[in-house]
Structure formats: C-alpha cells, structure tokens
Design a protein around this ligand. Sequence first.
Ligand code: F0G
Length: 463
Amino acid sequence: MTFAPKTIIEPFKVRSVEPLPMTERDDRLRHLETARFNLFGLRAEHVTIDLMTDSGTGAMSQEQWAAMLAGDESYAGSRSFFELEAVVRDLTGKKHVIPTHQGRAAERILFGVVGQRGHVVPANNHFDTTRANVEASGCEALDLVIAEGKDPTSDHPFKGDVDLDRLDTLLRERGASVPLVLVTVTNNTGGGQPVSLANLRAVRALTQRHGVPLFLDCARFAENAWLIKEREEGQSSRSAEEIAQEMFRLADGAMMSAKKDGLVNIGGFLALDDDELARRCRNALILTEGFPTYGGLAGRDLAALAVGLREVLDERYLAYRVASVRYLHERLAAAGVPLLNPPGGHAVYLDARAFLPHIAPEDLPGQALSVALYLEAGIRAVEIGTVMFGHTDASGRQVPSPMDLVRLALPRRVYTQSHVDYVIEAVRYVHEERRSLRGLRIVDEPPTLRHFDCGFEPLEAAT
Ligand code: F0G
C-alpha cells in the first residue's frame, strides 16, 4: 500500500502570523466611496484577501530572516553582495552582477545605456514599466508574442512564445537598429504564460545569426522553468534548476525584479557578460541607485535575496505554487466563470467582458468586476483592461483596450488553500449575481498612468 495524496499541501508551516482584516459590507462601501471606487486608493488594512499583485508581497522563510540579521551593511565590498553575486553567477552564468532596488531601476539603467532614438526593442510582451523605460530611451517597444498569446480561449501550453517569423523579418529589415531582443519569462502582460525552451533556443539562434544580444526579463524565471518541466516534451526528467540555468545561458544578459521569484519584498539586478556594457551600467547605477556593491538596497536585502533565489527553485515549492494557481483556475472554470486559458504561473485572469456581457467595454466591465469583488468579499484584484490600457477620446468617451481582464495574483507563501477556497466562493457568488452589476465612468484622471489614481462613479441602473 502506498499513500498517494491528491491534496498538494503548503510545503511550509506558519510560525509568525498577521491578522487578516475583516470588514462589513457597509464599511467596504464607505471605503470604496472614499477611494473614488479606485482600488489603489484603499487602505490595505481594509482588504481581507489582497490579490492586487504578487510583487514584493511574499513571505520570507526563516533562513531568509536569519540571513537578514547577518547582512553586512558596508558601503563598499559588502560580504552580502559577494554572497548574492555567487548565487546569481551560478544561476545565470553571467560574469557581471549589478544589484538594483527593483526591476524598473534595472530597466531604466539598461535602456538608458543601450536605447537610441529611432531604434526598436522587440519582446514577446513588454511589461508596462519596461515599455515606459524603452520608450523613455527613445526606442519603440514592439510586442511579437505568437497569435495564440493574444487569444484568451487558446489552450496553447506556451502562450508566451515569441513569433519567430516576425522576429526574423524585423532582424532582417532593421537588425542594425535593434539594441537587444527581450523575452519576458513568464509573460506577465500576456497572462503569466510561459515561454518554451524550444522557442528560447530558436530566438537565440536568430539573434546570434543577426549579431543582436538577447536579454531575459526574468522576474518569474522559476515559474517559467517549472512550467517547461511540466509541459514541454523531453523536459520532465530535468530539474527546475537545470532548466533555469539553460534559459539564462541561452541569453546574453538578464534583468530581474526580485520582488517576484527572488522571494523578497524589495530588490532587483542586472546580470550580463559584456564588460563595456557592464561598465556603463555601473556608471549609471552610481548616479541614481548607489555604489555597485549595494545598488540602492541594504546589505540585509542582498542577503535575503541570495537565499530566496535558491529557495525558489525548490521543486516542492514550485509544484505547490503552480498547483495553487491551477486549483483556483480549475474550480472557477468548472463553475462557468470566463477565464483567460490556460492557468499561468502567478495569477488567474477573469475575462470581465465575457463575465459581464451586459456592460459595454466603454462602461469599464473590468473595473465593475473588481469593485464588486471588494464590495461583496473584501478581495482586492486589479483591472487590466480599458482603465489601464484604454484612453478617453476628445469627445470624452472611453476607447477600450483589446481585452478587459481582472487579475487575481497570488502572493508567494502567504495565503492557504482555505483562503483560495474563499476567493472561489466569492467569485462564484459575484458571477451568479452578475446581472445586478453596473458599469462605471471616470470622473477625473491624470494625464499618464491613469489607473493608479483616477476617480470613478457608478452608473445608474438602466430603467
Ligand atoms: N518586469 C515584469 C515582467 C514585471 O511583472 C514587473 C513588475 C517588472 C518588470 C517591474 O518590476 O515592480 O520591481 O519595478 N510587475 C508587478 C506586477 C508590479 O504587479 O505585475 P518592479
């Protein structure tokens, strides 16, 4: 007899706890009104389950906290830096390791150095801060994800893959104006979908042929490696670490927001081989971030990251992580809730347009659904749709984005299965009651990145 459990238990015990805020519906309505129905305006203490992001919201392990106590706070040459450098070199195979305070600092430094007006940076999809930093450097940010990556109903296992024909054409026609090719693993903007090793190898061959460097935006590299192990033919017997190491060795460099798969609350880095590029990045780093052996972080942050980058490749952790995202996805799909398929590495995305077909895209179905999840259950999600990527035209009407999604991102090692069960119950309840939901309109908005602090007003019910 062998016990073969189906339940994938959290591979950790909880020894330090934080109370879960519990609120009443009347209070939540008041908080929504105070926040002008913008969930970024809520106080976290009024949120029961916070699924706004998986970035910097994870729980650290006892080994990470212990490493923090032993962090070396020297301005230059900190021991904690050398610990981090050794771990990142082993993982990525890159010679130069340059810490930064978070991912977008690494983006600004890299594109500030390699970007030029009129040039173009192709990627599967750029994350929004990556796009902003590419564009701030004068380059065009071009998304070349495969067609399946844009279809919410497609079950393609690697919807983060780059369209190789389009990349080949671009490199043939404009190769001299491409400072680097970027591949985001997993592809957050496209739904946390993984990139296959076969695709990365093919992108490598193309970039090599055209003499253009290849970089990874590796915020969720470990989840990507695990999904390769689970889904790609011939990869199941390799370890997640081996797969991750191969992913990095196919690239010339990487930039990381360590707030995701670094399992820390703050941090990032650049890793690369090119000596001259590294020198220029370090110069830019000193200007705004700090000396190259701390890069805007405390020594203790470097120490915690060195431990986190090893822990994240623990296969029991990765199996549990991806299984909990899949669990949420499968239970919601079984209840008929429209979702972006298949489940990715860090989040489940509700298809708000299909969820609320009676709310026109101009009336912001994604925002309506996010507001309802908070009002009914104290759950905070994030709208990834018309509010984030659409705009108001000259006549004051909303120009919708291609999709209206609501992202439920799971922080790492924070919530248990019963928390996830609560989320499933809440989404199902809102789905059953969906016909009572109304749209919203924007009543005030800033000129850029409006989703962070624009104000909304619920529309009156149609009579
Ligand atoms: N690249 C990717 C793929 C990201 O998802 C993020 C952040 C960044 C870069 C920027 O890193 O926040 O450390 O400066 N994503 C967060 C999110 C904010 O909610 O998905 P950062």
